[in-house]
Design a protein around this ligand. Structure first.
Ligand SMILES: Cc1cc2nc3c(=O)[nH]c(=O)nc-3n(C[C@H](O)[C@H](O)[C@H](O)COP(=O)(O)O)c2cc1C
Length: 160
C-alpha cells in the first residue's frame, strides 16, 4: 500500500535532527518513554523546550495526564535505545536504566544531555500535540550525538 504522506515525510526528513527520549510516569506509576526528534529549545528566560507527540501514540495518554516529563538527548552509540523507545523492539523501559531528579519524571542515566521539565502548556497541532516544558534541571556532557536524517541514523562527529 502506498503511503500518501511519503513525499511530505521525505521533505520533512531532510531537516537533520538530534534524537531524544521523552519519559514520564503513567497513571500506574510505570515509565512511559518515546523516541523523539521533534525536540526544540524555545526560551532561555524562562527556560522552555517543546516536542510534538502524535495523537495516536501508545504513550499519548501517559503524557497527556503527566504534569512533568524528561527529555534525554542520545549519544552516537545509543541507536539501540532509540529503536527500543520507538517501540520497534520488544524490550520496554527498565527502572534501573532511569533516575529521578526534581519533578519525578524518570530520566535516562545514559545521555548526552538531560532536561527535567514541568509541563507548561499543551497545544493541539493537527495530528500531534505540542508539549511545552519548563526546564527545572538540566545537564550536558561532551560527546558525539546520534542524528537522524532521511529516516536514517547518523553517528555525529562534533566540530572541532
Ligand atoms: C528517530 C525517531 C524520531 C521520532 N520522533 C517522534 C516525535 O517527535 N514525536 C512522535 O510522536 N513520535 C516520534 N517517533 C515515533 C515514536 O518513537 C514511536 O515509534 C511511535 O509513537 C509508535 O509507537 P507506538 O506504536 O507505541 O505508538 C520517532 C521515531 C523515531 C525512530
Amino acid at each position: 500500500m502506498t503511503d500518501k504522506y511519503r513525499p511530505l515525510k521525505d521533505a520533512f526528513g531532510r531537516f537533520a535532527t538530534g534524537i531524544g527520549v521523552a519519559a514520564c510516569r503513567n497513571a500506574a506509576g510505570e515509565i512511559s518513554a518515546i523516541t523523539i526528534n521533534s525536540f526544540t529549545s524555545v526560551s532561555l528566560e524562562p527556560p522552555l523546550v517543546l516536542w510534538c507527540l502524535e495523537n495516536r501514540a501508545s504513550t499519548y495518554s501517559a503524557f497527556m495526564n503527566a504534569d512533568s516529563y524528561s527529555v534525554s538527548i542520545l549519544r552516537a552509540d545509543q541507536q539501540a535505545a532509540s529503536q527500543r523507545f520507538a517501540h520497534f523492539l520488544p524490550d520496554g523501559p527498565r527502572e534501573e536504566e532511569f533516575e529521578n531528579w526534581v519533578t519525578g519524571a524518570p530520566i535516562l542515566k545514559e545521555r548526552l544531555a538531560g532536561f527535567d521539565c514541568k509541563v507548561a502548556a499543551r497545544h493541539d497541532a493537527g495530528d500531534h500535540i505540542i508539549l511545552v516544558g519548563e526546564v527545572v534541571r538540566f545537564d550536558s556532557v561532551d560527546g558525539a550525538p546520534l542524528l537522524y536524517f532521511a529516516s536514517n541514523y547518523i553517528q555525529g562527529t562534533p566540530a572541532t
